[in-house]
Each structure stands twice: as C-alpha cells, then as structure tokens.
Design a protein. Structure first.
Length: 339
C-alpha cells in the first residue's frame, strides 16, 4: 500500500480517488466509455436530472481477500437493478456487460484504495445514470451520462455491527406503491431526508417506514431493508411491498438463511403490531451490511429484540455473508466477480 489512509477508522465519506469511469449516450447509443481523472461533471443547466430528478444510482463494493486479490460481490444484480430503474424513468439501459466491465475498471484503476484484508473496510462503488442535455419541458432527456466513482468506506451506521435503535417514521412516507420505491432513484432519498434528520437528532440510527396505504406494515429503513428472525429461531421474515428497494444483500441473506442454516424464509407483510414475534432483527444493505436492530420505537412504545444484543442467527448470517464477500467462505455459484 502506498496511500496513507487510516483504514480502521473510515466512515462513509466521499473521497476524490484518482479514477472514475464515464460514458455518454447520444443518438440512440452508448459511446465506448473511458476512465478519467476529472471528478467534476459539466452538464447543461436544463438537464432533466437537475429539475425533474431523471436519474438512478447504485451501490456495490470491492473486497480485498486474504491473498490480496480484489473481488466484486453480485455486480450483475446491481447492473440489472439499474436497468429496472432506467425503465421506470424512461432512460436507456446500460448493458449488463458494460456495467460490469466499468465497475471492474474502476476497482482496478483505484486498486491501492481497496482497503487491506482484515480491516473490514471496502471500496464502495457508486454508479449513476442521469438525464442530461438541453430539455426544459417535462419529458425524457435526449442524452444520458453513466459514471462510476469509488471511495474506501468503513461502516455506514455508527460502529458497524453494533445493535442500533430505529424510529418508525409514522408521519412520513418514503415512497408510494405505484411510485418509484422499488427503483433506486434520487427522489426516494430526497423524500427520506426529513424523517432521517428527525431520527438522527433523536438518537436513532435512521427512520424505518411503514407502508404508505395503511401505515401499518413495515417497509424498510431509509438506506436498508429489514429482516426479522422469529422467536423459535426457525423463520426469517422480510417485508413484501412494491415500494421497497429489492436489496441484493437481502436476497443473498434469504438464500444463505435457507440453504446454509436451514431456516424457512418468507417475504410477507409484517405488521408494526406484531414485532413481538421476533427475537432478532437486522437492517441489511451494501452500505449497512447487516446492522443488528436493537429496538424499534413506534410512538410511545419501544420494542427491544431479544436482549438487545447481537442475536446468534444474525451473527451467523453476518459471518457467512461477509466471509463470502471477503473470500474466506465458499460462495454460491456466480456471486463473486474477480477484477
Ligand atoms: N433499501 C434502500 C432504500 C437502499 O438505499 C439500499 C441500498 O442500496 C438497500 C435497501 C439495500 O440494497 P442493497 O443490498 O442492494 O445494497
Ligand atoms: C447502499 O447501500 O449502497 C446504498 O445505496 C445506501 C445509501 C443510501 C448509502
């Protein structure tokens, strides 16, 4: 390593790394794309991303293994999810191969910024796809930009694998059922800022949302999906809703819980009044990894999961998932992409 970074104390902050990938779409096609050292984007002032939010993003990580190699985790899933987000906002899809190749190029070009094995830190990749060019009416852009930049990161929630309290955002909706909640688009996050700020100011890790129709069923955290493990230790449940983001981490956890730990898994409605069926719960996502949920506060009630510490099954699933990501545990076929 030649760069001077305190790998063990990284949070989740932007860093201007040497290289990012950039590609433009014009007249119906993508250009070849290239790496650049310029971290500034120059776009027309009437670009639809700036006014009407026509843009999508992704988040994935590159991991350093014990032998020093670098690998991406399920980058094909991020590529496909960005295609779904593109469809939702009438943007051209980035081909899956182009997305994967770009992610590999960025990880490789910035390889000295992939944190050392054993620090728990990773290189976070942030792909974005935005509508640019002259366009002042409310209509899809005629030109698009796809870029991937990167930065080394530690934990997203304070302390990482530490039981964290969440607050039900009962007076807020993040997304609507027929809206954009299932797509990874900026507006969902703009809509979560108020509730997130309120939750942080009151000592919670983040806000957790209820369904926008009944305000009864759990949706997700502003930056991660929810899962709970029932008191008998046999079932892992996670909310089913069209307005939550289909988390790559969540589907990986569902798979591992079932195939490696023999749990029954189900995507189903989870009422805020039925939290007492769970003895463990977690918030899961690329940035969040698995953050154990200590308690959920809903109005005057606070429900604590188990004894408020990291549950045994949550720990097992965390170890299995991160073991796979860092190359210590055998991965299911197709989950790992060496750079
Ligand atoms: N839910 C939201 C709102 C998110 O922003 C994220 C992060 O990407 C997730 C869930 C977790 O998704 P993934 O596991 O694909 O990172
Ligand atoms: C991710 O986990 O990759 C995300 O995009 C969450 C983000 C809000 C930091």
């Amino acid at each position: 390593m030649t760069v001077n970074i305190d790998w063990n104390n990284l949070g989740f902050e932007y860093m201007n790394l040497p290289y990012r990938y950039i590609s433009y779409w014009k007249d119906g096609q993508w250009d070849d794309g290239k790496l650049t050292d310029n971290n500034m984007l120059t776009i027309n002032e009437s670009s639809p991303i700036l006014h009407y939010g026509q843009g999508a993003f992704e988040g994935l990580k590159a991991y350093r293994t014990k032998s020093g190699k670098v690998q991406l985790f399920r980058v094909d899933r991020n590529a496909k999810r960005m295609q779904n987000s593109a469809d939702k906002l009438l943007m051209p899809q980035v081909p899956v191969d182009k997305f994967i190749d770009a992610a590999k190029q960025v990880a490789k070009a910035n390889e000295e910024y992939v944190p050392p094995y054993g620090t728990g830190a990773t290189l976070y990749l942030r792909p974005i796809l935005i509508g640019i060019g002259e366009n002042i009416g409310v209509s899809p852009a005629k030109e698009y930009l796809f870029t991937i930049f990167a930065m080394p990161v530690g934990s997203y929630f304070k302390g990482g694998m530490v039981p964290t309290k969440f607050l039900v955002a009962d007076n807020f909706d993040r997304a609507a059922h027929f809206g954009t909640g299932g797509a990874k688009v900026g507006g969902n996050y703009a809509a979560s800022l108020q509730a997130g700020k309120y939750a942080h100011e009151h000592g919670y890790g983040d806000a957790i949302y209820l369904d926008p129709i009944h305000h009864e069923y759990l949706e997700e955290v502003g930056s991660a999906n929810f899962f709970g493990i029932t008191k008998d230790g046999k079932r892992l449940l996670t909310p089913k809703s069209p307005s939550i983001l289909p988390s790559v981490t969540k589907y990986s956890i569902l798979d591992l819980a079932k195939t490696r730990f023999g749990l029954e898994t189900e995507e189903t409605q989870i009422s805020i009044h039925d939290l007492d069926q769970f003895s463990e719960a977690g918030a899961c996502g690329t940035a969040a990894v698995i953050t154990p949920i200590k308690s959920i506060t809903y109005g005057d009630d606070e429900y604590t999961f188990g004894d408020g510490e990291i549950g045994p099954m949550t720990q097992k699933i965390y170890d299995e998932l991160t073991g796979i990501q860092f190359g210590d545990v055998k991965a299911p076929e197709g989950w790992i992409f060496p750079i």
